[in-house]
Design a binder for this molecule. Structure first.
Ligand code: G3H
Length: 494
């Protein structure tokens, strides 16, 4: 039975991370984590490359048995995985549990789809041919902080089912969660070398990882900035990348407003907006802007319950890091500076602040928008009555519970604004008009267009892809299996 103490004892160096829950209720929560050095990383890749020679020949029923065993081992470690996901990612226990259960379903569905893969066969007059799926080799999986279970396992499972070897680099704030997932793999019978975990500070070891010559595929989820760096640094590997998003929601004047409000609040504020698919800006038709804003603010107060007395069940939780808070506060400041105070108002928790009052507070916003000495940002809506500002809070990804809602004159302008950022992950349109749906589907630059519902990746069986700076290649259960493999043909002349 593999255990965490033995695994951590393999590393010479350590470093510390801090839970987002630190400083809440005067508690400080830190974790002592292992840090892989150059030597360790090089050995891991060589071992993975060596193991691949035999692992790729694995009998499929043996592989499926191990994968089913992996589910059992995860369930055995369920409490620890959920608990560390909660502490490391700053999620409520309930959200961490939902993520865990969703992930078990992901594995079960992947096994079913994998078992139904068919080779492509051709029987022609002069030749017969079979094109079958083959592994790529060594996969480097780099997972993010925000879904430390689901976005790690959704890299592990397709890579292993397609008989690749795997090197895992989890986010620093997800290392303990990832370690229990890794131990579950080992205890399920996947050998060291076939699966490998490299813990450490990304900034310090990323070059040693992404530039290694033995990698055949890098599967990365994280920021666009890091994704672009990886894409230009890699030796010669394929890429699957899920990067940033700045998903717009468009509300037309014929929309079911009650539904739109509910979907937008959920889409923008769940997990404090720290989802690549969160709704990050809303464009509302001027004909309904007043009516819609009133409904939105009143439901905001009902639905987003906040208390600074945070516990493990609180829905509004602290942001992942000081840097994340700083980024959000900076986007706010810069946006406030750009606007005429008469053109906007701010609703933070149950308080309404006029643009004029905010203008007088510039430079001191922190006091108002966040809880002192913590990473807790108060959920905030900014109503903007003029669509010409092009503020940073619209243009950049805030990854925080702050939502700009902008009054816009026409559908044409809404589509133009929706397309005005570098991102192209998802978008939502709220309307009953089929012609508008059709036009938006043709013109909005995104990987998935949602009609009358919030932007989201789930269910995992759906293909998931971003365009522009939001990603490379596709995920989703079937697409991930395909993209973790290649094809090899056998052609026989008759
Ligand atoms: O953060 C990026 C995730 O892929 C979002 O997943 O839409 O299911 O919450 P989700």
């Amino acid at each position: 039975m593999h255990n965490i103490e033995d695994f951590f004892s393999e590393f010479k160096k350590q470093y510390q991370t801090t839970s987002p829950y630190s400083n809440i209720n005067q508690k400080v929560l830190t974790f002592e984590l292992p840090f892989a050095d150059k030597d360790y990383i090089e050995k891991v890749f060589l071992l993975a490359k060596e193991k691949f020679k035999t692992w790729k020949m694995t009998n499929t029923s043996v592989l499926v048995h191990k994968m089913k065993q992996f589910i059992k081992e995860l369930q055995f470690n369920q409490d620890k995985i959920i608990y560390y996901c909660h502490l490391e990612a700053g999620k409520s226990l309930k959200d961490a549990e939902t993520e865990f259960l969703r992930t078990i379903e992901y594995i079960e569905t992947s096994i079913n789809i994998f078992q139904n893969f068919q080779d492509n066969c051709f029987n022609m007059d002069e030749r017969m041919a079979v094109f079958s799926r083959q592994p790529l080799g060594v996969v480097l999986a780099i997972s993010p902080f925000n879904y430390p279970i689901n976005l790690l396992v959704s890299k592990i499972v397709p890579a292993l089912l397609m008989k690749n070897c795997l090197v895992i680099k989890p986010a620093s704030s997800g290392t303990l969660t990832a370690t229990y997932i890794f131990l579950s793999l080992l205890n399920a019978g996947f050998e060291r070398g076939v699966v490998n975990l490299v813990p450490g500070k990304g900034k310090e070891i990323s070059d040693l990882l992404i530039k290694n010559e033995n990698i055949n595929l890098i599967n990365f989820t994280g920021s666009t900035q890091v994704g672009k760096y990886i894409a230009k640094s890699t030796y010669f590997s394929q890429l699957i990348m899920e990067l940033g998003g700045n998903d717009p929601a468009i509300v037309l004047d014929d929309a079911d407003q009650k539904n739109a409000v509910k979907e937008i609040l959920n889409g923008a504020f769940s997990y404090n907006g720290q989802r690549c698919t969160a709704i990050k800006r809303v464009y509302v038709h001027e004909n309904i802007f007043e009516e819609f804003s009133k409904l939105l603010i009143s439901e905001f107060k009902n639905l987003i319950t906040f208390s600074s007395n945070i516990d493990e069940n609180s829905k509004v939780t602290p942001l992942i890091s000081d840097a994340a808070v700083e980024n959000a506060m900076n986007l706010l400041s810069e946006s406030f500076k750009k606007m005429n105070p008469n053109d906007f108002e701010v609703f933070s928790l149950n308080n309404q602040i006029t643009g004029q009052k905010v203008a007088n507070m510039i430079g001191k916003e922190n006091l108002f928008f966040k809880e002192k000495d913590t990473n807790l940002i108060f959920p905030t809506i900014i109503l903007i009555h003029n669509s010409n500002y092009d503020t940073l809070i619209e243009k950049e990804e805030q990854f925080a519970p702050i939502l700009p809602v902008i009054k816009v004159k026409s559908l044409k302008e809404m589509i133009k604004l929706a397309n005005s950022t570098d991102y192209g992950l998802q978008a939502s349109v709220f309307t009953k008009n089929i012609n508008i749906i059709n036009q938006c589907f043709q013109e909005i630059e995104c990987g998935t267009l949602n009609i009358n519902q919030q932007t989201k990746r789930s269910p995992d069986i759906f293909p998931f892809q971003g365009i522009k700076s939001s990603g490379i290649s596709q995920q989703g259960i079937y697409q991930s299996l395909i993209n973790n493999s290649t094809i090899k043909g056998l052609v026989i002349k008759k």
